[in-house]
Write a protein that binds this ligand. Structure first.
Ligand code: FES
Length: 185
């Protein structure tokens, strides 16, 4: 099983841990050494089949994130802080380009242990670049290519991206385990 490639220019945030579980990675930052969480990587047969992947999220603190790949596409898995949850839930839905409530995009349903997690596609819905964390107020991710800004639930706030970052099917088996690729435990 080969290690993934971490290349330059896709992120600058200290609290961002980029993890590639499949395909060639396009993440990382020149001069920065991001922790690499090897146990999150499924085996080749699982990746090839696009089967659900289990991810150990027990070591990720509020305000930190990882990127995982599933079916060859990257996804942000971020644990929100209370301030971030407050900022996104206070945004008036009617002001959004692709109106959607914040709450259903956060955490596991009615599950206190997973109420602060967001899982969204890491490809901008404009032309597919990987946004960077900006973390100022309600702004969560900024796309470096053409300036689209998304909140921390992946809702488009401004810029050319036409729709929110989609969410993959996912479920929290428990407070330490996220499964991407299915919405049933
Ligand atoms: S690809 Fe993100 S704004 Fe164009």
């Amino acid at each position: 099983m080969s290690e993934e490639t971490i290349t330059a220019d896709e992120t600058t945030r200290r609290d961002f841990i980029y993890v590639a579980t499949g395909m060639l990675g396009v993440v990382g930052a020149a001069g920065l050494a991001w922790p690499f969480i090897d146990q999150m990587r499924p085996d080749a047969a699982v990746r090839a089949a696009g089967q659900p992947v289990d991810i150990d999220i027990s070591s990720i603190e509020p305000g930190a994130a990882i990127i995982v790949t599933w079916r060859g596409k990257p996804y942000f898995v971020r644990r929100l802080t209370e301030a971030e949850i407050g900022a996104v839930t206070e945004l008036p839905e009617s002001d959004l380009k692709d109106p959607a409530p914040a709450e259903p995009r956060i955490g596991g349903p009615a599950d206190e242990a997973t109420k602060d997690w967001v899982v969204v596609a890491a490809n901008c819905t404009h032309l597919g670049c990987i946004p960077k964390v900006v973390d100022t107020g309600a702004d969560g991710w900024n796309c470096p290519c053409h300036g689209s800004v998304f909140d921390f639930t992946g809702r488009i706030l401004r810029g050319p991206a036409p729709i929110n970052l989609p969410q993959p099917p996912h479920v929290f088996a428990d407070a330490s385990t996220l499964t991407i690729g299915t919405d049933t435990v």
